[in-house]
Design a protein around this ligand. Structure first.
Ligand SMILES: [Zn+2]
Length: 177
């Protein structure tokens, strides 16, 4: 049986899990609005999702999903303020339950993330959420490309004459007389 083609923006989780569907692809980084903020990078987000059903003791099998995604974003180094390339990677497992309340109740004592089942699940939104969680709090180069002092000089206007230089010029005026 040929598996049907699933729309990652409008995914029927239960149906895809029943068929052990595997989806993969890539989206332009610009399509993930919250992640693309402040970057002019024409990057891509590569992703894959494997769905299935997992037995759970004392309950019926639950739809589950293994999600992987990776991309590179350009952030501002908090030390030298120059762009720093950061690789973001997501590698997570999710289980799906009937509704939001069950998901909230289960999430606390479940090692996997718990989501509510949906017939119109937006995988792109989930990928975006998960990548946002991977953003470093303080992005910075391991070794900044330019020494800080050189960088500061490059960013400022040509130095104005130092006031002491003007004073020195005054002092050089001959006062003998
Ligand atoms: Zn830096």
């Amino acid at each position: 049986m040929k598996t049907r083609v699933y729309d990652p923006r409008c995914l029927d989780i239960a149906a895809a899990a029943a068929e052990s569907a595997r989806l993969e692809g890539s989206w332009p980084l610009a399509a993930l609005g919250r992640l693309a903020v402040g970057t002019a990078e024409p990057g891509e987000v590569a992703w894959s999702a494997s769905l299935g059903r997992r037995a759970r003791t004392g309950a019926e099998a639950q739809p589950c999903m293994h999600l992987e995604a990776r991309t590179d974003v350009a952030l501002e180094c908090q030390r030298c303020l120059q762009p720093v390339g950061v690789s973001l990677e997501v590698d997570r497992d999710f289980v799906f339950v009937a509704d939001e309340e069950t998901a909230a109740a289960l999430d606390a004592d479940c090692e996997d993330d718990v989501l509510a089942l949906s017939h119109r699940f937006d995988l792109q939104e989930l990928v975006e959420d998960e990548l946002l969680l991977e953003l470093p709090l303080v992005p910075r180069h391991e070794h900044c490309p330019t020494p800080l002092a050189a960088n500061v000089l490059a960013d400022t206007e040509p130095p104005a004459p130092h006031p002491f230089a003007a004073l020195a010029a005054l002092k050089r005026t001959p006062r003998r007389g």
